[in-house]
Design a protein around this ligand. Structure first.
Ligand code: FAD
Length: 453
């Protein structure tokens, strides 16, 4: 059967999915808003600004090269469309944007491999120039070869924190402090589970030892944060786990608190979601083989649950094998081995989630004056006051009253925090206040984008 198979995302998940389909004689369409393949972890600098893979990806240089090469090798046999944003999914069609030209792409099967982005929690000064997410700080380094400041403080609640710190140090940037808002004892308790993948643990320890050797203060269990400065970052103040106050001078802060899957396309495609207690977020329901609840729509990589780059490759292959199986190919032998490998990664992942528990205390500390939705200028106080006035303990109603999540980010950044604030104010469990419904365009598109391609 001649079917149109579309893959959104050319990171490790999307590339391995495409390669598996090509091996079976199919020619998928691969769309990615980035100009070059590789996704987040194996992001390539712009053409003409290349640097050696060892400098960019460290111990992961071999894997990065393998992904880039795989895409180049299959390129003549696929329809690869870099620089193409998918901004909507509607009745078996994707709305796309390339070079300011609109496109409509009907599909028979869709593999969503759109990755993840940083999870943001507001703290005083988070909207000042000079504050970035950890991912943003890393993108500046990988893509442009620059640090976000001359003297940077990095803050986080996940493995990206020691990784970005060690990458900055490796590049010769000055780091004033590395602050983990989760407790050290959580890491010790989680170690046996993380030992499901000893090589990963060793890699993590090597980042920590690099930070220590550089003499950079690294602290755990940070209770509160506040950026100092009126017009831009001049320092960061924090309270440690014993309640002691600290402050350092810096001109940039990289701060984010774990990762959040890019699941808006799944939402617009009509996929079912479930609330995940462990990570305190809504995630798409993933059935056997990476299938979604909608026939013909599949998940690969971090866009349905955070698993890391190796899992992304495995689930990319798995999603493609499921496509083949659904097209009538007998159940592939490789599937069982893949599932065994994925189970080992899942044990490791459970350890990581336990080592970096969601920092509820930062949510509790959000003051009324703090901006939650920076696109629409909605503060935590606005959200709380509207709940009191309207008595609407549902986040989509809160959106109607306050405009939270109606701006450029469509709630990607602020929606989860608004739900947390509403749950705390109403006394309801977080899943009961719901989640913001997906809306297109999932990422901003220019008004000039009128013409059809
Ligand atoms: C900022 C950031 C930095 C990270 N750095 C590391 C790291 O250094 N080491 C590590 O182990 N893990 C890192 N991670 C975790 C990382 O996401 C995974 O390990 C891995 O990259 C997941 O692979 P993936 O193929 O699922 O998604 P990704 O690698 O994220 O690839 C997804 C691709 O989809 C494209 N895309 C997304 N949405 C759309 C759309 N609507 N239209 C068109 N294209 C779209 C993106 O441009 C991207 O190329 C990072 C995550 C983030 C968010």
């Amino acid at each position: 059967v001649n079917e149109t198979i579309v893959i959104v995302g050319a990171g490790p998940a999307g590339v391995r999915a495409a390669e598996t389909l090509v091996e079976a004689g199919l020619a998928p369409i691969v769309l990615d808003e980035s100009a070059r393949a590789g996704g987040q972890i194996y992001r390539q600098p712009p053409y003409g600004a290349e640097r050696p893979a060892e400098k960019l990806y460290g111990s992961e240089a071999g894997k990065a090269r393998a992904i880039h090469t795989a895409l180049e090798q299959i390129r003549p046999r696929i329809d690869y469309r870099p620089g193409t944003l998918v901004w909507n999914c509607f009745q078996g069609k994707l709305n796309t944007l390339h070079d300011n030209a609109q496109g409509i792409l009907p599909f028979d099967r869709l593999i969503i491999a759109a990755g993840a982005f940083d999870r943001v929690i507001p703290f005083p000064g988070w909207t000042l120039p000079g504050v970035f997410t950890l991912g943003g700080a890393q993108i500046a380094l990988k893509s442009q070869g620059i640090a976000i400041g001359k003297r940077t403080v990095l803050v986080g609640a996940g493995p990206l924190l020691p990784l970005v710190a060690s990458q900055y140090l490796e590049a010769g940037a000055e780091i004033a402090a590395v602050l983990d808002v989760t407790p050290f004892k959580a890491k010790i308790a989680a170690l046996p589970r993380m030992m499901a993948m000893p090589a990963m643990v060793r890699r993590g320890l090597s980042y920590l030892s690099k930070i220590r050797r550089a003499g950079v203060p690294m602290m755990y269990g940070i209770r509160s944060l506040a950026v100092a400065g009126d017009r831009r970052v001049e320092g960061l103040a924090w309270t440690d786990h014993r309640g002691r106050r600290h402050q350092v001078a810096c001109d940039a802060v990289g701060a984010s608190f774990g990762l959040k899957p890019e699941m808006q396309l799944a939402d617009l495609a009509g996929c079912d979601f479930r609330f995940d207690e462990l990570t305190r977020q809504w995630l798409p329901v993933v059935a056997a083989g990476g299938r979604s609840s909608v026939p013909g729509v599949y998940f690969a990589g971090d866009c349905s649950a955070i698993g890391g780059a190796d899992v992304a490759e495995l689930t990319g292959i798995r999603a493609a094998l499921s496509v083949l199986e659904d097209r009538g190919t007998p159940k592939p032998q490789r599937l069982r081995q893949l599932e065994t490998e994925l189970a080992r990664h899942a044990r490791f992942r459970a350890g990581i989630e336990a080592a970096y528990p969601f920092p509820n205390h930062l949510i509790d500390g959000i003051d009324d004056s703090l901006m939650v939705c920076r696109c629409e200028g909605v503060s935590a106080g606005d959200l709380r006051a509207n709940f009191v006035k309207s008595g609407a303990p549902e986040v989509n109603r809160l959106k109607s009253f306050t405009r939270v999540g109606m701006g450029r980010c469509q709630g990607r950044v602020c929606g989860a925090v608004a739900a947390e604030i509403l749950a705390a104010k109403s006394g309801l469990p977080l899943p009961e206040v719901g989640r913001l419904r997906g809306q297109h365009p999932i990422k901003p598109i220019p008004l000039v984008a009128g013409k059809q391609s």
